[in-house]
Design a protein. Structure first.
Length: 331
């Protein structure tokens, strides 16, 4: 008998524009998992409505997020790509897990505290129970591995606790997932303040390079990037600006730091920044082209979503019938 592949699940918010930090640090690696794992990548629109959304924008971003992930290399034939609200079992298991998640646990979530401070006029119950819905996303597929950013570590731990608690009461029901936390394997810093991480919500638009930026924008942003006064391309902790540019250049060209230092030996930062901008723009061009092509064909995106949801629902159904039986719901 063929051994079943282990399961990878990750959720992505249908929000905003993704940065080259998201691209190099996470998305580019997502496609690697499909070789060895059964992979589910889900656009989490149910999570998105925990903060107010403009309906037309939410709908557009849902298409865009799917298209962007596909453009970054997630092949819909090798990965199950779908939209959370298309598989109602997420909401259903979310409710059930709410009943196995403690008020105190949810109160300790730092993301809840941050978000409720920022949205003081809309601290809704969904924002509070967000982590049990996330646990449902993960546990529904008997997930083994969850690639997420370090900011999701606490939520992931909660998902593990809830899984173990449920298993304790009812016997083995859920696989207890492991996190695959990408910490600083590929940490891209702000171009304006190279000591802080490049963030998609930075108000200084010159600090952030988005995957879908035009070539002109990319070149302009790198031209303005903060460096230092030494005028020497060298990787060093006390040269955060230059080191960050070298990291980006290395990621897009495959050159080593030594090769880069040699290449720009005796040259000024102007040449260096121009080269980094060119390499980045060239690296992003195929992604941007593919994104445009995908967005021009909504019908195809809908076919992908539909096939993904059907596949996901098949796996979800298996878990749900087990859960219903264990809890004592009448079949
Ligand atoms: N909360 C995650 C984030 O904001 C998104 C998410 C929702 C997720 N469900 C998930 C990530 C399940 C991993 C697994 O980034």
């Amino acid at each position: 008998m063929l051994a079943d592949k282990k399961i990878v699940f990750s959720g992505v918010q249908p929000s905003g524009n993704l940065t080259i930090g998201n691209y190099l640090g996470a998305i580019k690696n997502f496609s690697r998992f499909s070789e060895d794992f059964k992979t589910f990548y889900c656009v989490v629109d149910l999570h998105a409505i925990t903060v107010r959304q403009v309906p037309a924008e939410l709908r557009r971003r849902t298409y865009e997020t799917l298209a962007l992930y596909m453009a970054c290399g997630l092949d819909e034939k090798k990965n199950t790509l779908f939209v959370q609200s298309h598989v109602p079992a997420h909401a259903e298991l979310g409710w059930i897990l709410d009943c196995y998640t403690m008020f105190g646990e949810l109160s300790r979530m730092t993301q809840f505290k941050d978000k409720s401070a920022k949205n003081a006029q809309n601290i809704n119950a969904g924002l509070f129970t967000y982590p049990s819905l996330m646990a449902a996303d993960i546990l529904l597929y008997q997930t083994d591995l969850v690639p997420v950013g370090i900011d999701q570590k606490q939520h992931l731990e909660l998902a593990r606790d809830v899984a173990m608690r449920f298993n304790q009461v009812y016997g083995d029901t859920f696989t207890v997932p492991e996190g695959y936390i990408s910490t600083d394997t590929m940490k891209i810093m702000s171009l304006a303040e190279p000591l802080s991480k490049m963030s998609k919500s930075d108000s200084n638009q010159n600090a952030v390079v988005y995957i879908l930026d035009s070539k002109d924008d990319v070149l302009r942003k790198f031209k303005k990037a903060v460096t230092d006064s030494e005028a020497c391309v060298r990787y060093s902790e006390d040269k955060p600006g230059v080191s960050n540019l070298m990291t980006i250049y290395r990621a897009f060209t495959g050159k080593t730091f030594e090769e880069i230092e040699r290449e720009f030996d005796g040259k000024g930062y102007g040449d260096f920044k121009m080269a980094v901008g060119e390499a980045c723009a060239d690296g992003l061009a195929p992604v941007r082209d593919e994104f445009a092509r995908l967005m021009a064909d909504k019908a195809h995106l809908e076919t992908v979503m539909k096939a993904g949801a059907d596949e996901a629902a098949y796996y979800a159904r298996k878990t749900m019938s087990k859960v219903r039986r264990k809890i004592g719901f009448v079949n």
